[in-house]
Design a protein around this ligand. Structure first.
Ligand SMILES: Cc1cc2nc3c(=O)[nH]c(=O)nc-3n(C[C@H](O)[C@H](O)[C@H](O)COP(=O)(O)O)c2cc1C
Length: 438
């Protein structure tokens, strides 16, 4: 039997700052080109040279102002703050690549299924079958307010609504048959009306009549990506997802998540291999271990703990400016609810007398994405170990500095994994769905 192959997805943000809040200050960073489409085209080409399954844009729909009721700190320090529309960038990236998958995030809470279905059908046509949708329900009040809502619906309701959005999108994508367009110029028949139908979807919240105004695309429906960590999120992922992102640190947690999702899929009548599970990792490489560590230390020196505290405030939905920066967290009376969340966010770093400044710094380094620092062989060892101990099927690679972080991964780690027989040496499929199942 052929050896199981690792999968890679490249994490992109259509703005200046990745998860390391000082990354944009690095002399080799291309953050100054964040408004230039060539920056994104270049990254797509680098990752395609590395035979990645897909590039993937995260997206957030608000500029946050939780800290001191102002966005000043975040804007000045360039915490994650602005985003171009990823769907339009993906269309540009489709034009300069041939194989790599193109994944965009759209929120089921704010966008209507007709809009979602049409956008992804178009991207799938423009890329000849390489589109993927990262399905999010969104998690922040500020995002809701930008779309005219006072607050977000509770998580359960958001996921119930998301199930309906998925069903409605499916009904729209299925409103055209593959062979509906006959283009018979002699007979004067453009399309066969028998091969189109109404979607007629009527849910509790979502309705759509159809048919979609875009013909069926090469993949039929885009590859569905999702990041569900709550019980309800996992149930949703086990029903729909073909790629799942996770953010985990300890191997036992990864293994438990992996087997939980695969078991839930089987209960839903799906094959475990129909969905790949890919935790996020940062990778910092050097020709020697000490060079890699020096690079990591330099990157850490660029991080702003204050911007990290702003970002933490946004993640917690709590203005942390009311707490002193240099007092140990455990000596502070932090609102009960937020305290628990803070502990989870800072999992693995509770030991020691961590201050809020320390917490902001740790969050600012990577938003808690685990970093693999070392030589290509050392990094490949870690990836291989996680992959072979059923922690995952591959990884979402999130470098602190672009494009160099990707180029180094592709030039140094990819060949090492290929030598070990763990990674493809060419794309074998045509569509993204064929890559992830290959
Ligand atoms: C690697 C990764 C990328 C994510 N990207 C986004 C994103 O682009 N936009 C977003 O609103 N949420 C994003 N999320 C958050 C998830 O959609 C989800 O809300 C979160 O994992 C919590 O899941 P839960 O609601 O099931 O607890 C991401 C999560 C992970 C792990």
């Amino acid at each position: 039997m052929a050896q199981r192959q690792m999968h890679f997805v490249g994490y992109l943000i259509a703005g200046p700052t990745w998860h390391n809040n000082g990354g944009w200050r690095h002399p080799e960073s291309d953050a100054n080109l964040a408004l230039d489409p060539q920056r994104y085209e270049r990254m797509a080409r680098i990752l395609e040279d590395g035979l990645f399954d897909a590039v993937f844009f995260v997206d957030v729909l608000a500029l946050f102002d939780t800290y001191q009721g102002s966005f000043a700190g975040q804007v000045a320090g360039a915490g994650q703050m602005w985003y171009l529309d990823p769907m339009l960038l993906l269309a540009a990236m489709a034009r300069v690549t041939r194989n790599i998958g193109l994944a965009g995030t759209l929120s089921t809470t704010f966008y209507h299924p007709f809009h979602i279905a049409r956008t992804f059908a178009t991207l799938d046509h423009m890329s000849a079958g390489r589109a993927a949708w990262n399905v999010v329900t969104s998690a922040n009040t500020r995002e809701a307010q930008n779309f005219g809502l006072d607050r977000l619906p509770p998580r359960e309701a958001r996921y119930d609504h998301a199930d309906e959005v998925m069903e409605a999108c499916d009904a729209l994508w299925n409103s055209w048959d593959d062979d509906a367009i006959v283009y018979d110029r002699k007979a004067g028949i453009y399309a066969d009306p028998a091969k189109l139908r109404y979607a007629d979807y009527r849910g509790k919240w979502v309705r759509t009549r159809g048919p979609l105004t875009t013909p069926r695309s090469p993949q039929g429906r885009p590859v569905i990506m999702q990041a569900g960590s709550s019980d309800r999120g996992r149930a949703f992922a086990a029903r729909w997802a073909e790629v799942i992102f996770t953010l985990q640190h300890a191997k036992p947690d990864m293994q438990a998540f992996y087997s939980d999702i695969k078991t839930r899929m089987e209960r839903n009548g799906r094959r475990p291999e129909d969905c790949i599970i890919t935790p996020a990792i940062d990778v910092i490489l050097g020709e020697t271990d000490s060079i890699a560590r020096e690079k990591a230390a330099y990157l850490e020196s660029l991080v702003s703990p204050e911007v990290g505290v702003c970002d933490l405030s946004n993640a917690l939905g709590l203005d942390l400016s009311q707490y002193p920066l240099d007092k140990p967290l455990e000596d502070m009376e932090i609102t009960e609810g937020a305290r628990g969340v803070l502990d989870v966010i800072l999992q693995g770093s509770r030991a020691g007398r961590l201050t809020l400044r320390d917490a902001g710094y740790r969050y600012g380094v990577s938003q808690l994405t685990p970093a693999l620092v070392g030589t290509p062989e050392m990094v490949a060892d870690r990836l291989q170990d996680m992959f072979e101990s059923h922690c995952c099927d591959g990884f979402v690679v999130c470098p602190s500095v672009t494009p160099g972080g990707y180029a180094q991964f592709v030039n140094m780690v990819v060949p090492e994994l290929q030598r070990r027989g763990l990674y493809r040496s060419a794309y074998t499929g045509r569509t993204l769905r064929e890559h992830i199942r290959g």
